[in-house]
Design a protein around this ligand. Sequence first.
Ligand code: SF4
Length: 329
Amino acid sequence: MTTRTVPTGLDADWAQQVRELARERNAVILAHNYQLPEIQDIADYVGDSLGLSRIAAETDADEVIFCGVHFMAETAKILSPDRRVFIPDANAGCSLADTIDADQLRAWKAEHPDAVVVSYVNTTAEVKALTDVCCTSSNAVDVVNSIDPDQEILFLPDQFLGAHVRRRTGRENIHVWAGECHVHADISPTNLVDTVTANPGAELYVHPECGCTTSALWMAESGELPQENTHILSTGGMLEAARKSTSEKVLVATEIGMLHQLRKANPATEFMPVNPKAACPYMQMITAEKLLACLRNQTDEIFVDEKIAAAARGAVERMVAIGNPGGGE
Ligand code: SF4
């Protein structure tokens, strides 16, 4: 593990302090792929939301420090109810998860009482508790295909992932919630075409939540983008592809924190963002200073009502039973 930078306002030995406190508390530090580089470098594990939640469920540590956004730490708590789970700043939300709350979902379900509810993992525990089966960007198509073709589906909260699933499954009976992540929505088809045109021969990794995904698929199939070089991948899928890549250059359409892991996974390839401004402000709320404070002061702890946690866990477990969950965002 290496720490390359000393964040402003911290002592040079901040990383050592974090490690010592984590050891004293018997805490495991998990960091999402979109975290600031210094947080990724100090963590015990770096990964995608579901992968990290599974590590939280299996760890021997007494405490889990989840460096990511709130719904991710909540999912870790849902899968690991007997362990104390902390997030260095409970205000680190998610604009996508915030597009639908439990009351809105109840009202939507009341309009379609026979529909099966499929929720992407970027949702709150309360929304998961009202969900029949969760999905990730890796398995959304498989999850929808596992449902009776005549059965109406409510798909939420991401409209781009929903459009991707509707197109791949060819189903007309999917109602898609009009939610979006402002970070991914900012990666537009124009960004994509301009960057691809300026970098002929480069491979292109696109996250299915991006505003450009459906256009990217359409453009790849119609020949406007090089089909063989265009890959729609979850964050876990991007890492796997990066490790194997022999390309000189890869263009990446997702949150820019992902580039740190991709560059570490394959230093021989140049990884370039499609939109260098696509940074998640919520992910960046988790700073080294707050991580230190979290370990020192035991803040902020995540609590999920037991009944809600049990119902939400059921929706996650039904997804895992279908297979290939990958890791979510
Ligand atoms: S990048 Fe978007 S979907 Fe991901 S945590 Fe940030 S706001 Fe949520």
